[in-house]
Design a binder for this molecule. Structure first.
Ligand code: SF4
Length: 549
């Protein structure tokens, strides 16, 4: 008996690709890819200078306005007065205001006083005094008009700052430890590597069309303050048994709607190799990254599918042309908090002083005040942190008390409550077009209320407030992560509220918070809810147990 022939499958097609360039999928598979192919995002700079800033908002090509402007840190703000229920319903142009958010990238969080004062002046002259320190060490300005952008760039570039690739499908700001070069216990000062990557590759057309954003951290901080576990690529300081210092590479971390922790490649990278390994990882992302569906376009999906071993193999064979030696894992983070808030000694005998503005919200005047206070007490260097905080470096012992008193008098707390210290909030509905709820003011009020109700509470407890599921303020790695959504209150009205995630963390025991099914609170109920959680934790905790445990 012969085996019957298999019926021809008339519907059989070549499996649908993921839009990976390296596999021959060069034709754009969606609108974003098409826009990027039509014209490189970097080319919009000249049009802004020559045309849009002169002819005004209405002259801007929509593909530039909602696409390429991001390559220079510009997003249209949300039109005021549109409630969160309309976010998913309205067309982009209905949500667009005629003003922009402008993100100033501060690689490594490093600022001198001239740079800080320049941002302060821009804030006051062009941004209605707004200035938010973000959880990626940037400073964001709001209310920017297109006409002022060339002058803003001129001022920033005169002091060595830029907005190039601050947003968009590009290599974003490079995170670094604010204490690089001054910390007693640091494994290695990563400042040269951050500069190296910035100088060589930021604004380079070779990396200006990535599948999506690409986040980097390079640090030798023993507290692991740059949260390498949730970056697309991270270089973490390590030391070999013979005392040689270098970096351990991690790839594929990220939060948003599909959170994944980064994977170690297990390779040791010498300091002078960091830039080429970075370019190799970024090159893999550019060439093999998934471009078909935007929500699968981050490098974490590729790393998850390939695994660390294959990723390292491709990196070495196709991009570096040499193999990297195996290396050790970083030591577990030093105990305590990662935020560098407070007064601590530097290795040169001076002190650094970290302080906590409320949820990163500052003003142009306050930035000037910070520069003046630092200068008055002999410091010329200021840092931003990944927790929406700031640090003044190089304070002589005799100046510490005076500097602390000046900061506290300006409501820039050096000894803040846990709630002020460890609450972060994303931009939210005030300016963000994706937002469903308000965040900054809600979080500020929550801090005030918790300080009043729980004045003695001093355990570490992170509260991260997000205006939508995108997790810009890292919902999933907070002790209490709040994801903005509309909820129904006791009287049946739809109001602003939050889905609650509990017990996330990074560090010694990294893991994502659990979404507690059905656990939601309205914005108005938030203080009661958090107070209850904190009191229960205090009543039930065993010796030394942290909230995440
Ligand atoms: Fe906007 Fe959502 Fe990000 Fe908040 S989490 S800044 S609301 S996109």
């Amino acid at each position: 008996m012969t085996t019957p022939a298999r019926p021809a499958n008339r519907h059989h097609k070549r499996p649908r690709g993921e839009g990976q360039w390296a596999l021959g999928y060069r034709e754009p598979l969606n609108k974003n890819e098409e826009n990027k192919k039509n014209d490189d995002g970097l080319n919009v700079r000249q049009r802004i200078i020559d045309i849009y800033s002169k002819l005004g908002f209405d002259s801007i090509d929509p593909a530039d306005l909602r696409g390429r402007f991001r390559w220079f840190g510009l997003y249209t703000q949300r039109k005021p007065g549109i409630d969160g229920g309309k976010t998913a319903i309205l067309e982009p142009e209905e949500l667009d205001d005629r003003y922009f958010m402008l993100r100033v990238r501060i690689d490594g969080g490093q600022l001198d006083l001239a740079q800080l004062r320049t941002i302060a002046d821009i804030s006051n002259d062009y941004a209605r005094g707004t200035a938010d320190v973000t959880d990626r060490q940037n400073i964001q300005l709001h209310w920017i008009e297109i006409e002022s952008v060339p002058d803003i760039w001129r001022r920033l570039e005169a002091v060595g700052l830029s907005t190039t690739e601050a947003c968009g499908d590009t290599p974003r700001v490079i995170l670094g430890c604010p204490l690089a070069g001054i910390d007693h216990d640091e494994v290695i000062d990563a400042t040269p590597q951050i500069r190296d990557i910035y100088d060589r590759y930021i604004g380079d057309p070779a990396f200006s069309n990535l599948p999506r954003k690409f986040k980097t951290a390079v640090s030798g901080c023993p507290a692991h303050c740059t949260v390498h576990e949730i970056n697309d690529v991270a270089f973490v300081g390590v030391e070999l048994a013979d005392g040689t210092k270098g970096f351990d590479v991690w790839v594929g971390g990220g939060l948003s709607t599909n959170p994944m922790l980064a994977k170690r490649l297990g390779a040791f990278v010498r300091p002078e190799q960091v830039h080429e390994v970075w370019a190799g990882v970024c090159g893999i992302f550019r060439d093999y990254g998934y471009r078909r569906l935007r929500h699968r376009a981050r490098i974490k999906f590729l790393v998850n599918d390939w695994g660390a071993e294959k990723f390292r193999d491709v990196l070495e064979k196709e991009y570096l042309g040499y193999t990297l030696p195996d290396g050790p894992a970083p030591e577990l983070p030093r105990g305590g908090r990662r935020d560098h808030v407070g007064v601590f000694p530097q290795k040169d005998g001076n002190f650094y002083v970290g302080f906590a503005p409320k949820v990163g919200r500052l003003s142009g005047d306050q930035l000037h005040q910070i520069a003046d206070i630092a200068e008055r007490h002999g410091s010329g260097r200021v840092r931003t942190t990944v927790e929406q905080k700031m640090v003044i470096l190089d304070v002589a012992p005799a100046e510490v008390d005076g500097l602390v008193a000046d900061l506290e008098a300006a409501d820039l707390r050096v000894n803040p409550s846990t709630f002020r210290r460890q609450t972060m909030a994303c931009t939210g509905i005030e300016y963000c077009k994706l937002a469903i709820v308000e965040t900054k003011a809600t979080a500020s009020e929550l801090i005030d209320e918790l300080e009043r109700r729980l004045p003695e509470f001093s355990e570490p407890l992170t509260i991260n407030v997000n205006g939508c599921p995108n997790s810009c303020a890292r919902i999933q790695v907070a002790d209490i992560g709040l994801k903005g959504q509309l909820v129904v209150d006791g009287e049946g009205n739809q109001v602003e509220g939050f889905q609650i995630h509990l017990g996330g963390s990074v560090g010694v025991n990294p893991g994502f918070g659990r979404k507690v099914r059905g656990l939601k609170a309205t914005a108005a109920e938030l203080p009661d809810y958090v107070e209850r959680v904190v009191r229960n934790f205090e009543a039930q905790k065993k010796d030394g147990e942290t909230f995440a445990e």
